[in-house]
Design a protein around this ligand. Structure first.
Ligand code: NAG
Ligand code: NAG
Ligand code: NAG
Ligand code: NAG
Ligand code: NAG
Ligand code: NAG
Ligand code: NAG
Ligand code: NAG
Ligand code: NAG
Ligand code: NAG
Length: 633
C-alpha cells in the first residue's frame, strides 16, 4: 500500500513512458491517492494539523509611506467548488470614501485556502474586463494549505478611481468529485494608501497647472511616470462561461479588439497577460511533430519548443516577446514546489509593449484593431491585455505620425535530428525591431523611438532510448525607448530594459519494480530583469531583479501517483534599486522550509536625496517609485 501520494498531475513524461502510459498520463483527470506528501514526518496527523502556508518569495509589495491614510476594501469572497464551465464569480467594487485618489500605493491581495486533493488551476482577477492579476493555485494536502498573493496594482489607479466603481470578476475553473475533493476558498481585497501629508498637493496625474506651451527645451511631464489616465481592456467583450481572456488555439489564431482612443493621448503602453495550458503548458520542452510521428507517439505536446507572443496594431507588428516559462505547482516534479511555488506561479509576469510610436495611427478618432497571437502556439493560450493611455491635460487633441517602420522579421533556424527515441532539437530565433513616431502635445513635439531585440535558443534532447531528457532555454529580450525633442533632437528621456530567463531541466527515468518508474530531475531557472530610466532634468534610476531557483529530487511513480520521493529546492531572490537592496534566500527539503534568510539595506545618502525629492515637485517621477522603499526603513 503506497504510504504517500501527493497531488500530482503534470509529469513531463519521457517518450518510452509515453508509449506505455500515454493515455492515462495525458488524460485530463488522472487517478491519484489523496494522502500526505512523501517525506512528511510520520507523526503528521491527517486532518488536524494547521494549514501550511505556501509562499512565493518575492519583494514584499512596497510598504506604504508612513502617516498616510489607508483603507482596505474587501471585494470578493468565494468558494470555488464545481466551477468548471461556470461564469466567473463577481463582486461589486466601489472606491473607498476614506482614502480618495490619488493613491501612493494600491495592493491587490488574493488569499486562498484549500484542503483535500486537487489539481493546480489557473485563475484571474478582472475589474470591468481589465485584468489585474493572473495567478495559478498550489496543490493542496489533506491537512490544508493557504497562501496570499500581494500585487502592486497602483498602475491601474484609473480603473480603480472611477466614482461608480465596477465589477470585480474572478475565474477559477475547478472540478470536485469523490476523488478530487479540494475546494478553493478565495478572498480578494484591495488596500489603498493615500499620499502622506508631505506629498499632499503634489497633484494627480491630471494636474496641468503651469505647463508651458511649446517649452523651448521640453522635458517629460511628471504624468509620464505616473499611472495612466485611462485603461482600455483588450479582452473578450462579455464574460460568459468562457471568461474575459482570449483562448488562443493555434498559430494562426489571432484574437483582437477594436478600440477608439481619445484624440489627446500622448503616450500608450500595452500590458499583456499570458499563460499556456494543456498541450502547451510545457511548450519549452515539446519535441517537433516529426519525432512524435516517427515513434508512433500519441501525445499532443508537439510543435517543437519555440513560442513568441505577438502584438499587432492594425496591420503593423507592434511588438513581441518570448513568455517567461512559468512552471505551475504540479509541474515537472510537484515535490519541488512545496511549500515554495515556482517563479511567477502565484503572480505571472506581465509584458509591456510601448505603443507610443503608433499613436499616429491610433489618434484619428477611428476604431483600430489591437490583436494578440502566439507564434507556433498550440491549444491553448489564455491571453489578454490592458491598453494604458496617458492624456494631454491641456489640449483636446494631439497631432501625431508614425515615422520609420519596417516589419520586424523573425529569423529562425531549426536543427533536428532523430534516431528512434533519441533525438536532438535545436531552435535559434532572433527578432529585431526599430520603430519611431512623433506626438505633438502641449508638452511639445516629442519623438519616441523604440528599439527591441529578442534572441532565444531552445534545445530539447533525448538520449538513452528516450529515457534521458535535457531541456535548455535561453531567452534574452532588450528594449530601449528613447524620447527626443522633435525640433532639436535633444534626448529628454530613456527607458532601457533587459530581461533574461534561462531554464535548464535534466531528467532521467528508470524502470522500477512492479510497473513503477523512478524519475530523477535537476532543474534551474531564473528571471533576471534590469531597468534603467533617465528623465533629463528630473531623475535617474536603476532597478535590478534576479530571481533564481534550483531544484533536485526524485520520485517513484505508478500511473500518475507519486508513491515516494524526495526533493530539495533553493530559492534566491535579489532586488536592488538606487534606494537599497532586498534579498531573500530559502532552502526547502521535502515540503518544509529549513532555512529562510532576509537581508535588507538602504543607502543613507539616497534616502536623504530621495526624501528631499519626496517633498519637492521636481522629482515627481521619483516619488512614485522610491518613497515607498524609503518608508520601508
Ligand atoms: C472553505 O470555506 C468553507 C465554508 O466557509 C469552510 O467550511 C472550509 O473549512 C473552508 N476550507 C478551508 C480549507 O479553509
Ligand atoms: C462567450 O463569449 C464569447 C465572446 O463573446 C463567444 O465567442 C462565445 O461563443 C460565448 N460562449 C458562450 C457559451 O456563450
Ligand atoms: C485555429 O484556431 C481557430 C480558432 O479555434 C480555428 O477557427 C482554425 O480553424 C484553426 N486553424 C487551424 C489551422 O487549425
Ligand atoms: C509505427 O507504426 C508503423 C505502422 O504501424 C510501423 O510500421 C512502424 O514500425 C512503427 N514505428 C515505430 C518506431 O514503432
Ligand atoms: C542517462 O542518465 C544517467 C543518469 O544520469 C546517466 O548515467 C547516463 O549516462 C545517461 N545516458 C545517456 C545516454 O545520456
Ligand atoms: C513634429 O516633428 C516632426 C519631426 O521633426 C515633424 O516632421 C513634424 O512636422 C512636427 N509636427 C508638428 C505638428 O510640428
Ligand atoms: C505489485 O503490485 C500488485 C498490485 O498493485 C500488488 O498486489 C503486489 O503485491 C505488488 N508486488 C510487489 C512485489 O510490490
Ligand atoms: C543531478 O545533479 C547531481 C549532482 O549535482 C548528479 O549527481 C545527478 O546525476 C543529476 N541528476 C540528473 C537527473 O541529471
Ligand atoms: C522511500 O524511499 C526512501 C529512500 O529510498 C526509503 O528509505 C523509504 O523506506 C521509502 N518509503 C517507502 C514508504 O517506501
Ligand atoms: C541562511 O543563513 C545561515 C547562517 O548564515 C546559513 O547557514 C544558511 O545557509 C543560509 N540559508 C540560505 C538559504 O542561504
Amino acid at each position: 500500500m503506497p504510504p504517500h501520494a501527493p497531488s500530482i498531475r503534470r509529469l513531463l513524461v519521457l517518450p518510452h513512458l509515453l508509449l506505455l502510459l500515454v493515455i492515462p498520463a495525458l488524460a485530463d483527470v488522472p487517478g491519484r491517492f489523496p494522502s500526505p506528501r512523501p517525506g512528511a514526518s510520520a507523526g503528521a496527523g491527517v486532518g488536524n494539523a494547521p494549514a501550511q502556508e505556501y509562499l512565493d518569495p518575492t519583494y514584499p509589495a512596497p510598504r506604504p509611506p508612513p502617516w498616510a491614510p489607508s483603507c482596505v476594501v474587501p471585494v470578493l469572497s468565494y468558494s470555488f467548488a464545481n466551477t468548471y464551465g461556470a461564469p466567473p464569480a463577481t463582486g461589486q467594487y466601489a472606491p473607498p470614501a476614506g482614502c480618495p485618489a490619488p493613491w501612493s500605493l494600491v495592493v491587490l491581495s488574493f488569499s486562498a485556502a484549500i484542503a483535500g486533493d486537487q489539481y493546480d488551476r489557473v485563475a484571474a482577477v478582472w475589474l470591468d474586463g481589465a485584468e489585474l492579476l493572473r495567478t495559478t493555485t498550489a496543490e493542496p494536502t489533506p491537512d490544508g494549505i493557504r497562501w496570499t498573493v500581494r500585487k502592486d496594482v497602483t498602475r491601474h489607479s484609473s480603473l480603480l478611481r472611477s466614482p461608480t466603481g465596477g465589477v470585480i470578476s474572478v475565474m477559477l475553473e475547478n472540478l470536485v468529485n469523490d476523488q478530487y475533493t479540494g475546494i478553493y476558498n478565495v478572498s480578494v481585497s484591495l488596500e489603498f494608501h493615500g499620499a502622506p501629508a508631505y506629498l499632499a498637493g503634489a497633484g494627480s496625474s491630471s494636474s496641468s497647472a503651469g505647463i508651458p506651451r511649446n517649452p523651448p527645451t521640453p522635458t517629460l511631464p511628471e504624468s509620464y511616470f505616473q499611472p495612466a489616465d485611462l485603461i482600455l481592456p483588450i479582452s473578450e467583450a462579455t464574460s460568459n462561461s468562457s471568461g474575459f481572456w482570449f483562448r488562443i488555439q493555434n498559430s494562426t489564431d489571432s484574437r483582437s479588439k477594436l478600440v477608439t482612443i481619445p484624440s489627446n493621448t500622448y503616450r500608450a503602453v500595452l500590458e499583456v497577460f499570458v499563460s499556456p495550458h494543456s498541450n502547451d503548458e510545457f511548450w519549452y520542452s515539446n519535441p517537433p511533430d516529426i519525432y512524435i510521428r516517427e515513434n508512433n507517439l500519441t501525445t499532443g505536446r508537439g510543435n517543437a519548443a519555440y513560442r513568441e507572443v505577438v502584438v499587432r496594431v492594425d496591420s503593423y507588428l507592434a511588438g513581441s516577446f518570448v513568455p517567461f516559462p512559468v512552471i505551475y505547482t504540479g509541474g515537472i516534479n510537484p515535490l519541488f514546489w512545496q511549500p515554495v511555488a515556482a517563479l511567477g506561479a502565484f503572480n505571472l509576469p506581465t509584458y509591456d509593449i510601448e505603443l507610443t510610436p503608433f499613436l499616429g495611427v491610433l489618434v484619428d478618432g477611428g476604431a483600430h484593431e489591437i490583436a494578440l497571437s502566439v507564434v507556433d502556439g498550440i491549444a491553448e493560450w489564455l491571453v489578454d491585455a490592458n491598453l494604458h493611455l496617458w492624456l494631454d491635460p491641456a489640449s483636446s487633441s494631439v497631432s501625431a505620425a508614425l515615422g520609420r517602420y519596417s516589419t520586424p522579421r523573425l529569423s529562425i533556424t531549426r536543427r533536428y535530428s532523430t534516431w528512434l527515441l533519441d533525438g536532438s532539437f535545436e531552435i535559434r530565433a532572433k527578432r529585431k525591431s526599430r520603430v519611431s513616431g512623433w506626438v505633438k502635445s502641449s508638452f511639445g513635439n516629442l519623438s519616441t523611438e523604440v528599439e527591441t531585440e529578442l534572441e532565444a535558443t531552445s534545445t530539447v534532447e533525448f538520449t538513452n532510448e528516450g529515457r534521458n531528457k535535457t531541456v535548455r532555454l535561453q531567452a534574452k529580450q532588450e528594449a530601449e525607448v528613447t524620447v527626443r525633442s522633435s525640433e532639436t533632437g535633444k534626448k529628454v528621456g530613456k527607458v532601457e530594459t533587459e530581461a533574461k530567463f534561462p531554464l535548464w531541466v535534466e531528467m532521467v527515468t528508470e524502470d522500477g519494480e512492479n510497473g513503477t518508474y523512478v524519475m530523477k530531475v535537476n532543474l534551474t531557472h531564473s528571471l533576471r530583469v534590469e531597468t534603467g530610466v533617465e528623465a533629463e532634468g528630473l531623475f535617474e534610476r536603476e532597478t535590478k531583479l534576479a530571481d533564481e531557483q534550483a531544484a533536485e529530487g526524485w520520485m517513484l511513480v505508478r500511473d500518475h501517483d507519486v508513491l515516494n520521493g524526495s526533493a530539495a529546492t533553493t530559492q534566491s531572490y535579489r532586488y536592488s534599486d538606487d534606494a537599497g537592496r532586498y534579498e531573500r534566500a530559502i532552502d526547502t527539503l521535502d515540503g518544509a522550509v529549513f532555512s529562510d534568510n532576509v537581508t535588507e539595506s538602504y543607502r543613507a545618502l539616497d534616502v536623504v536625496a530621495a526624501n528631499a525629492c519626496c517633498r519637492g515637485r521636481r522629482c515627481r517621477g521619483m516619488v512614485a517609485a522610491k518613497c515607498p522603499d524609503i518608508a520601508a526603513m
